[in-house]
Design a protein around this ligand. Sequence first.
Ligand SMILES: *Cc1c(COP(=O)(O)O)cnc(C)c1O
Length: 298
Amino acid sequence: MQHTLHFDNIITQPLYAVWLPQGITLDVLRLDALHDVVSGNKWFKLKYYLAAAQQSGCNTVATFGGAYSNHIIATAFACKAAGLKSIGIIRGERPAILSHTLQQALACGMQLHFVTRQAFKNKQAVKQQFLNVYWVNEGGHGAEGARGAAEILAFAGQPASFTNIVCAVGTGTMFAGLVNSAEASQTITGVSVLKNNFSIHDEISALLIPRTNLPQWQIVHDYHFGGYAKHPAALIQFMQEVWQTCKLPTDIVYTAKTLYAIRGLIQQGAIMPGSRVLMIHSGGLQGNMSLAAGVLPF
Ligand SMILES: *Cc1c(COP(=O)(O)O)cnc(C)c1O
């Protein structure tokens, strides 16, 4: 794994998909270009947590995640870069062969602690076993994460020129940061990648900074493809087509579902002619390594 981040590589890529009608433009903000393993949005979300850890004089950061977690590898990488130690609490028993994600986290110097799925649910009890560490929520969820994510849009060249901004929603932290930094005239749409996760509306609201002119925002719940990380053949086929026709690599958990949703919203007329759409490609490509070799052409 290379150990530099490439901010200069973050570009907006115009997408010329056959299903894109005349009168609607779609640009993709390629946060994935920041690094080939570290998820773009995760790096932004971690930034202020790590600064807070350093300010508190704590030299170790700990967090939670699964075996393929973009957040785990990003935390391991970002801590190493910041000169901090890191601990990853991993859901489930230690497997005989570690996932690519966990191998790379180890290579960044992260200490891994495996806890049973049952124990993982009781975060407070896990936390009590570690002294003098700075805890970051699973997925980087929280106000400091949203504060970092608010810096994403500035990389879109002329962010105010877009009418619609669309991104994937897990914890909703990135989404909240985007709403906080968007123009009042823009519409921000989040594509929930968890099944029936309706409490996300309140969780996002809690991260919004009150202002008089809040942009319009909404979450769509129809594009999870069966649930978190589920990737039926129809999704894989869509990803192959998008690669072949637009040279855009997407990931099975977040960005492929987001682009699929954009197509659906256009077909339903929810995104109307005249719209200039910006999709946030939040990264996550390392998660595709959980697929068998050769399933994807990129
Ligand atoms: C974590 C992640 C998301 C979701 O971000 P939240 O702030 O948790 O909503 C979206 N895309 C990618 C690639 C991610 O890794």
